[in-house]
Design a protein around this ligand. Structure first.
Ligand SMILES: Cc1cc2nc3c(=O)[nH]c(=O)nc-3n(C[C@H](O)[C@H](O)[C@H](O)COP(=O)(O)OP(=O)(O)OC[C@H]3O[C@@H](n4cnc5c(N)ncnc54)[C@H](O)[C@@H]3O)c2cc1C
Length: 365
């Protein structure tokens, strides 16, 4: 077997690591000069949409010998709507770094590789690679690569605006804002990297061109709102915007000996846009299939299910007005809700769906 992996991100590197553990070596091609994501930001790793995985870090370590060190564990999520604020406490997940940060997950994964070679600064195309290799894992993080080979169902495209900000933060507390005025049908969030640095982002679907055009304006509103909520001035270090970020899923996880992993597969759960856990899982599953330890399509079935359930929930919450978002936020004060969101092995999708039922017409079965 001659195996190529296109993309040294979460999916590609998890795939390479799993291959190594089962005696195979891959050539990994990465277009950048260093591994991974083009944005140096904090991300949230919460397994809440991947039941029964309760703690993804522990799960990868104990079940797949893949070891990740998050920056911090999250003990409290603050939820802010236009006129209400509430919080949920418990073991909610982890904050981790991405991109060029020394603790970025992709760097941690690359350091665990023993035999596989990462060819840096190598922007390759699928057609070039497919000629030379018996097996190709497409893990470029960009579903456009998938679309050149097979249908990829796009649920929506997202627009991001964000920055690394300086201020005073509580490391294990995350803030989220649900307000259609500055994140239409989307959300804003603040993830601390340290006591003095955090990632602040708005993300929303690009249903209207006007929303894309107004992203700088929305971002200013988010910044002002965050400063008001946290009662401090936030100093911007590095700003970024991203448009046309696709959330969707491919029709076939595998075509012949080509495997679609990470975002190229459909690793992002559309509800809140979490893609790290699904991307790592798809990389592992692709490797298991290549090594004859399972069937990729079958292994991916729970990921498709998570995706579909999460999409139903997203479509439901997209219809909520600011007033309804206030009512949902208010209902978070209910201790039952806290149980739903933080209980181990609980299907949070079902729990959240149940909680949102009074405000929406659809529920995850
Ligand atoms: C701003 C932002 C915030 C996010 N926040 C969260 C969050 O908080 N929690 C969460 O779970 N998910 C989050 N996500 C989603 C998550 O980051 C992705 O789902 C995940 O990184 C996808 O992993 P991947 O391996 O498919 O792609 P990536 O990790 O992006 O890796 C793809 C790699 O392929 C390389 N590449 C691309 N094209 C080529 C080519 N032709 N040749 C060679 N190399 C190539 C890229 O340079 C990159 O290194 C966020 C996404 C964005 C954009």
């Amino acid at each position: 077997m001659k195996i190529a992996i296109i993309g040294a991100g979460l999916a590609g590197l998890s795939c390479a690591l799993t291959l190594e553990k089962h005696g195979q070596t891959a050539d990994i091609f990465e277009q950048r000069k260093e591994v991974g994501f083009g944005y140096t930001i904090a991300e949230l790793m919460t397994p809440i949409l991947h039941a029964p995985i309760d703690d993804a870090v522990q799960y990868f370590s104990e079940n797949h010998d893949i070891h990740l060190k998050p920056t911090y564990n999250i003990q409290k999520i603050h939820v802010h709507s236009e006129n209400e604020s509430a919080y949920v406490e418990g073991n909610i997940g982890f904050i981790n770094m991405r991109g060029s940060h020394e603790d970025a997950y992709e760097k941690q994964l690359a350091e665990q590789l023993v035999h596989s070679k990462i060819h840096m600064d190598s922007h390759v195309t699928y057609n070039e690679i497919a000629k030379e290799y018996t097996h190709v894992v497409l893990a470029t993080g960009d579903p456009q690569a998938t679309q050149q080979i097979q249908p990829y169902e796009v649920a929506f495209k997202s627009c991001f605006a964000g920055a690394i900000v300086r201020g005073n933060f509580v490391r294990n507390e995350v803030h989220t804002w649900f307000n259609n005025y500055f994140a239409p049908k989307g959300m804003g969030y603040l993830l601390p990297h340290s006591k003095t640095e955090a990632t602040l982002v708005i993300v929303y679907p690009q249903y209207e061109q006007e929303w894309v055009d107004k992203r700088s304006h929305f971002w200013e509103e988010m910044l002002a709102q965050a400063a008001q909520t946290l009662d401090q001035e936030l100093i911007i270090e590095e700003e970024f915007t991203i448009t046309d970020y696709m959330v969707g899923r491919c029709n076939y996880p595998r075509i012949g000996n080509t495997f679609f992993a990470g975002n190229c597969f459909g690793g992002i759960t559309p509800f809140l846009g979490f893609g790290q856990t699904g991307s790592i899982l798809s990389g592992i599953y692709a490797a298991q299939d290549i090594c004859g330890l399972g069937d990729y399509e079958t292994l991916c079935k729970p990921l498709y299910k998570d995706y579909e359930d999460s999409l139903v929930l997203r479509r439901a919450i997209e219809g909520l007005s600011n007033h309804q978002l206030d009512l949902v936020t208010k209902s978070l004060h209910n201790s039952m809700v806290e149980k739903i969101v933080t209980q181990p092995n609980m299907s949070v999708l079902k729990g959240l769906s149940h909680m949102l039922k009074p405000f929406t017409s659809k529920e995850v079965k």
